[in-house]
Design a protein around this ligand. Structure first.
Ligand SMILES: [Zn+2]
Length: 416
């Protein structure tokens, strides 16, 4: 019933126009969202977006935890009041961003299971705006299990994600084919992983700086320095403010046959005086409770970005480690030690800083992988430091030296 009322908005001709405008030619001007607001009505929580055009969309609900996700073609979000992202009614919070090339995602966290009671674009109002509204109604767990969990408007076509890793598929344009490993003075391949992105901002600093911005700035500076030596081929798991699921991040490293995977993050702590960088590698058992809690926080990234994990139990449940992975883990630990050693020469590091836990993003069986936290966004001092160019320069230099040392050791071992 509800779904059909949406259908009437789209004639076949309109569908064709929508399709060609939003998917075939991504260069055209984007639809703009100028406001987002929550309202409560008897028995309902309503989210309204003001938009300048009607676009196709897809809505689905997820459980564990309960979320509602709305995908649109790439939108421009220019919602002035960012602090409106607080909850109301059954909604505890919501966020948005580029989920992958061509898809803007809105993720709504809900406190209880909900049904989508209504979703539609309303015709132009007196201010010349279209409005997209979605009504959420609390239902019981049993009713949730039996409910319809996905709706899409007639024009919705999912664009192809260029970063999806398929077995045997030819490398996409974004991921160039690696050169063979045999050559003597071959270039070493490194995958840098700027954490978070798109609808997942990561930690948010005391002054509002977002982790996803810090991690990208760091990755780009490290890439610039490594590439300038002419000895490294450097890839990033994401080049812009978009989300890449955790599993896909290390699959991208495997695809280019990276010999090192460095995941870059910045943490947050309730004790605002804590400062300094730290380095983590994978293990089944965490070295301490803080490391376990950190891994749990970082592993929530997929949940925050609205990824359906129901068929990926290993990223949420316990991390099981295979035989091949154990060898890689030793290499990871060796690089982790070298990395801390070099970081400590240039930037502030935590004491007892190489620690272990079950990070989903470090699960590659083939690529030695480390995760580094550059510092704490909860610290005024660290956040200020993250806003300076000098920090990224120092960071890049120390990572560069650690990479050099690591590969020198490898080369020496291979010769003996
Ligand atoms: Zn993070």
């Amino acid at each position: 019933m509800v779904f059909q009322s949406v259908k009437t908005l789209f004639s076949k001709v309109a569908n064709a126009i929508v399709l060609c405008v939003f998917f075939a030619s991504p260069g055209v001007s984007k639809t703009t969202v100028s406001d987002a607001r929550l309202g409560t009505h008897p028995g309902l929580t309503r989210l309204v977006l003001d938009v300048d055009q009607i676009v196709p969309y897809k809505i689905f609900t997820l459980s564990a935890p309960y979320r509602v996700v709305v995908d649109f073609p790439a939108l421009k979000w220019s919602v002035a009041k960012k602090d409106r992202r607080r909850g109301a009614g059954v909604v505890s919070s919501y966020r948005y961003g580029l989920f992958q090339a061509g898809i803007s995602r809105l993720v709504i966290d809900v406190k209880e299971p909900v049904a989508i009671a209504r979703h539609k674009f309303l015709p132009i109002n007196s201010l010349g705006k279209h409005r997209f509204l979605i009504d959420l109604k609390i239902i019981t767990k049993q009713a949730y299990r039996a409910s319809k969990k996905s709706f899409q408007s007639p024009g919705w076509v999912k664009p192809i994600d260029p970063t999806v890793v398929r077995r045997g598929a030819p490398p996409s344009a974004e991921i160039p084919k690696p050169k063979p490993r045999q050559t003597r003075n071959r270039m070493r391949v490194i995958m840098l992983d700027p954490g978070h992105g798109g609808p997942d901002p990561g930690a948010i600093g005391v002054g509002g700086l977002r982790e996803k911005v810090v991690t990208m700035r760091a990755a780009k500076e490290v890439r610039r320095l490594l590439k300038s030596t002419g000895r490294y081929r450097v890839f990033l798991t994401r080049n812009k403010d978009t989300y890449v699921p955790l599993r896909r991040r290390y699959q991208l490293a495997e695809k280019v046959r990276a010999e090192l995977f460095i995941s870059i993050h910045a943490d947050s702590h309730k004790n605002r005086r804590i400062r300094g960088a730290s380095v983590y590698t994978l293990s089944e058992k965490s070295s301490d409770r803080e490391a376990a809690a950190l891994a749990a926080r970082e592993n929530r990234s997929d949940v925050i970005a609205g990824v359906d994990l129901s068929r990926q139990s290993d990223t949420v449940a316990s991390i099981l480690i295979g035989l091949r992975q154990r060898q890689t883990m030793n290499e990871s630990a060796i690089f982790g030690e070298v990395l801390i050693d070099e970081l400590a020469r240039d930037i502030r590091v935590l004491r007892n800083t190489h620690r272990f836990a079950g990070f989903a993003v470090l699960k590659s069986p083939d690529t030695p992988s480390v995760l580094m936290e550059l510092g704490y966004l909860s610290s005024v001092g660290d956040e200020r430091m993250f806003r300076t160019k000098g920090f990224y320069k120092k960071l890049a230099k120390s990572i560069y030296r650690s990479v050099e040392r690591y590969f020198q050791r490898k080369t020496a071992l291979n010769r003996s």
